[in-house]
Design a protein around this ligand. Structure first.
Ligand code: ADP
Ligand code: TYD
Length: 241
């Protein structure tokens, strides 16, 4: 595969989607030739995300919107089964994403930028499966290993979960049509603390792959630093395309 896979990771509200939208806009401007030439010129980009807009992605969003089914019902093992159902829906979505989007784009030499990817599963399901599966982060990573494509670089948006939760609340006030994603679970601060700690541990164990962005700053500052990081990645990987 000749392309490059760059993933963005971080907890909910860390500002990934906002920054990626702005990067896509800037790259679009360069493609129209309004800007001076940079390492972005001459590269073809493909923007994508997990969960995807496909069938499994739709099921995931529905599941997240409804929240846990087993809060008040279900016999022994119901909560555990529900967490595994969730993991395997995300895995199925990833498999389709790889097959239909990521691999074909990489084969065409694209720079693929994904808003969340396998590390989200290791960090989030690494948290939800704690107490259900021994060493859940390791287990989820191993589930991917034989068949998934490892990102060339991962840009991790690092932020205090309390600040990220506040941002998520105001996002829902601004666009009430955007359903809160199971606030009981995914936007609870204590849960996000654990997910953030999982991301940080992954970044420490693979310093060559991860680039950490301090996401507590202004949108403009974050965008500039992310553009600089992308420029460096594209310079480094020039020979790949
Ligand atoms: P993510 O995709 O990581 O969940 P979003 O990009 O959707 O996060 O951002 C969550 C909310 O925070 C949105 O309402 C967005 O406008 C706001 N936001 C994003 N970046 C910043 C920032 N640097 N400072 C303040 N608010 C921000
Ligand atoms: P997303 O729509 O990217 O949320 P946001 O825009 O707030 O970052 O992802 C939906 C939720 O699903 C989010 O809480 C993270 C979670 N998630 C997992 O738990 N596992 C996964 O494998 C992925 C891709 C997402």
């Amino acid at each position: 595969m000749r392309g490059i896979l760059i993933t963005f990771e971080g907890i909910d509200g860390s500002g990934k989607s906002t920054t990626i939208a702005e990067i896509a806009r800037r790259i679009g401007e360069e493609e129209r030739g309004d800007e001076e030439r940079t390492p972005f010129a001459g590269r073809r980009f493909h923007f994508t995300a997990e969960p995807t807009g496909g069938e499994e992605g739709r099921l995931i969003r529905e599941m997240l919107r409804k929240g846990p089914k087993t809060a008040n019902v279900g016999g022994p093992g119901a909560r555990e089964a529900e967490q595994l159902e969730e993991l395997f829906l995300f895995m199925a979505d990833h498999a389709r994403h790889l097959k239909e989007t990521v691999i074909p784009a990489l084969e065409r030499g694209r720079v693929v930028i994904s808003d969340r990817y396998s590390d989200s599963r290791i960090a989030y399901q690494g948290a939800t499966l704690r107490g259900i599966i021994p060493q859940p982060m390791k287990w989820v990573r191993e589930l991917h290993r034989p068949w998934s494509v490892v990102p060339d670089k991962t840009i991790l948006f690092s932020i205090d979960p309390a600040q990220a939760v506040l941002r998520c609340r105001s996002r829902e006030e601004v666009s009430p049509s955007r359903m809160p994603k199971s606030p009981e679970k995914f936007e609870r601060e204590a849960f996000l603390q654990e997910v953030a700690a999982n991301f940080e541990a992954m970044a420490r164990s693979e310093p060559g792959r991860f680039v950490i962005i301090d996401a507590a700053r202004s949108k403009a500052e974050i965008l500039e630093e992310t553009m600089e990081a992308l420029t460096e990645i594209l310079e480094e990987t020039k020979t790949n395309v």
